[in-house]
Design a protein around this ligand. Structure first.
Ligand SMILES: Cc1ncc(COP(=O)(O)O)c(C=O)c1O
Length: 401
């Protein structure tokens, strides 16, 4: 009997564990800059709220999500200029991945086509295959300085009569790009003219650097019922293991979001999420300051290394430097860097087929020695970003031709 023959075909190819999720035996001096799992320790009031919620009996089913959390989410998102009705337009999910998966479950039928820019977050661009749907990638425009911009012409050309949705991450992981109003307007026009949805993954809106502003696609003309906004507390509140997120959609589309299968979120965690969203601004501000310090420090260090060019991103907390000058392929760079220097980074190739070769992604989730906030792990001189940059400098000096 072949079990393989019976299970879903998308699961039967070569086992592929995303580079960020791979479990590696950690050693004291290994530094992981792979997954986007923030290192900050949550404030005590979150734990207090969860404990109180258990004592208050929030240990039963919470069908449809906690109504107060939905109000908190709608109020929170209101700061970007879109006011959703909390009862009907907000669905609570178990994190960003579920927001993405559930959104696709609402709109995809077998044989549809999804488009995504390259590079894009793989969890968003590759999930359609579980619905019998192919993702086609549109390479972003790479500017002379190495930054990315939306490729409107490429998008136009990629649209077919099967196009059901476009996936975007705004701000972008790993592109670091924050879409301008003009780019979003061009995207909205194409979505309306060609009758498709946009899954707008807005996981990193708290982390925007410089004078850029987050403009939600859902506010663009014609987009209210064509946009599924996927968000999570994962990065916004260093909440990765607590699995809480949401989907916001327009009044008509959101009726169907509620009908798609979802797994629900532990109720005490939802109670704590209300506190995070309503009282957590100071904690978020602290992280924003730390991240910006990390980015500035690492961009400077990287640009001093032979064979490396690195831009400061407009948003999110990843660096996506061009390391092609070191003379190794992205995947060789990642493997050798881990073997020789015990630093984990991710190959750029995983974020799309065209533009990632020659780049690696570094997640700024390790502290500088100057960090003021608390970390969930013991900080030592061996695991700081300074140490990671020292090791990368030795590595590049050794390998650059
Ligand atoms: C753009 C983007 N969306 C969604 C996610 C998934 O987040 P979660 O851990 O909440 O599932 C990530 C995680 O890295 C991400 O970068």
């Amino acid at each position: 009997m072949s079990i393989k023959r019976l299970v879903r075909k998308e699961l039967t190819g070569p086992a592929r564990v995303s580079a960020t999720r791979r479990r590696v035996e950690a050693s004291e001096d290994m530094i992981s800059l792979a997954a986007g799992d923030p290192n900050f320790l949550l404030p005590e009031y979150i734990a207090d709220e969860m404990r109180q919620a258990v004592l208050d009996g929030c240990t039963h089913y919470c069908f449809g999500g906690d109504p107060e959390l939905k109000v908190a989410v709608a109020d929170y998102y209101g700061k970007y200029g879109y006011k959703a009705d909390p009862n009907s337009q907000v669905a609570i999910t178990a994190g960003g991945s579920q927001s993405i998966f559930q959104s696709y479950a609402v709109i995809l039928n077998e044989g549809d086509q999804v488009l995504a820019f390259d590079p894009a977050y793989g969890g968003g661009s590759r999930a359609p295959r579980y619905f019998g749907v192919k993702t086609d990638f549109v390479p972003m425009k790479v500017e002379a300085d190495g930054s990315f911009r939306m490729n409107v012409e490429g998008l136009k050309e990629a649209i077919t009569d099967k196009t059901k949705a476009l996936y975007i991450d705004n701000p972008g992981n790993p592109s670091g790009m924050v879409y301008t109003e003009k780019e979003l307007k061009a995207m909205a026009d194409l979505a309306v003219d060609n009758d498709f949805f946009v899954l707008s993954d807005e996981t990193y809106t708290e982390f925007i650097w410089g004078d850029k502003k987050h403009v939600p696609l859902i506010t663009m003309p014609g987009m209210e019922d064509r946009t599924l906004v996927a968000m999570a507390l994962t990065k916004m509140f260093a909440w990765a293991g607590m699995r809480t997120g949401w989907i916001i959609a327009g009044p008509e589309l959101s009726q169907y979001v509620g009908r798609a299968p979802g797994s629900g979120v532990s109720w005490p965690v939802q109670r704590a999420a209300i506190v995070a969203l309503t009282k957590g601004q100071e904690f978020v501000k602290g992280m924003v300051d730390e991240y910006e310090e990390r980015l500035d420090y690492c961009v400077k260090r990287l640009n001093e290394m032979p064979g490396v060019k690195c831009l400061k991103p407009e948003g999110a907390f990843y660096l996506f430097p061009d390391v092609s000058g070191v003379g190794l392929s992205s995947s060789d760079f990642v493997t050798k860097f881990m073997e020789e220097e015990k630093v984990r980074v991710v190959s750029g190739v995983g974020y799309g087929p065209a533009v990632g070769e020659g780049r690696i992604r570094l997640s700024m989730i390790r502290p500088l020695s100057t960090q003021k906030m608390l970390s969930w792990f013991k900080m030592t001189a061996n695991t700081t970003l300074e140490a990671a940059m020292d090791r990368m400098e030795s590595f590049c000096k050794r390998h650059a031709k």
